[in-house]
Design a protein around this ligand. Structure first.
Ligand code: NDP
Length: 251
């Protein structure tokens, strides 16, 4: 099940956290992986080393996905040059700049939209033609429970993550005839550096509204990415899967 031997994946923001977990999980299933990162070269190199130790090919690709079209095209070009093809794109890179609505400034709004929504758009734009030409591909976008429910203090983040769901469904409809699927993962609270500073009060609140009563792990999220990337998910597109302990139960 979920054999990805011979596939090549590009995972954005894979130097740590969920991106790292997804990159390693895809490699464990047999995929070669391009590990994109923005600033932490040593961490990205360590992930590359872990993937190579699994017997797969891997490269680190520096690039800022929030910096617009050219930057995203350069990440895709570097991956194609080194690994030859991209079968799986995981748009994972994301940031938070939390603030109450009445205090949120332009930079906090713009940076989050640029990273969490415009970045995935330009990455998809850059892989779409090669995937269409190959008559197959898997695009996986990292949304969030906040994008489905909204969240006080995260107007920027929730807007970007909700927008990503609209992007996912539109791409799914546009590229379906070429065998390219596009799905989204909406994690709840997962233990990473992004959430390390979350106040105890906020943690307690999340646990209170999470039926499974615990915080998730990168492996929980990576399992959903492996599924969407696999042949077994060939008939699944435009979907949002919550990996959130049951916090959001949509129809
Ligand atoms: P982390 O902060 O732990 O890691 C973020 C990763 O994204 C790093 O590898 C970082 O690279 C990279 N990154 C950030 N900005 C850019 C950029 N502009 N260009 C390229 N890479 C970038 O985050 P998580 O692993 O927790 O989150 C991953 C994704 O999952 C995000 O989209 C987040 O919104 C989403 N998510 C996370 C949840 C959680 O509870 N953790 C819940 C719901 C969604 P570098 O280290 O080099 O700077």
């Amino acid at each position: 099940m979920f054999d990805l031997t011979g596939r090549t994946a590009l995972v954005t923001g894979a130097s740590r956290g969920l991106g790292r977990g997804i990159a390693l999980a895809l490699a464990r299933q047999g995929a070669d992986v391009a590990v994109n990162y923005r600033g932490r070269a040593a961490a990205a190199a360590a992930v590359v080393g872990e993937i190579e130790a699994l017997g797969r090919r891997a490269i680190a690709v520096q690039g800022d996905t929030s910096a617009g079209r050219e930057s995203c095209e350069a990440i895709v070009a570097a991956t194609l040059q080194a690994l030859g093809r991209i079968d799986i794109l995981v748009n994972n890179a994301g940031i938070t700049r939390d603030n109450l609505l009445v205090r949120m400034d332009a930079a906090e709004w713009d940076e989050v939209i640029a990273t969490n929504l415009s970045g995935p758009f330009w990455m998809i734009r850059a892989v779409a033609r090669p995937m269409m030409k190959a008559r197959g591909g898997r695009i996986i976008n990292m949304s969030s429970a906040a994008g489905r429910m909204g969240n006080a203090g995260q107007a920027n983040y929730a807007s970007a993550k909700a927008g990503l769901i609209g992007l996912t469904k539109s791409v799914a409809r546009e590229l379906a005839s070429r065998g390219v699927t596009c799905n989204a993962i909406a994690p709840g609270l997962i233990e990473t550096e992004l959430t390390a500073d979350l106040p105890q009060q906020a943690r307690d609140y999340v646990l209170g509204v999470t039926p499974l009563g615990k915080i998730g792990t990168a492996d929980d999220v990576a399992a959903a990415a492996v599924y969407f990337a696999s042949d077994e998910a060939a008939y699944v597109t435009g979907q949002v899967i919550g990996v959130d302990g049951g916090m959001v139960m949509g129809s």
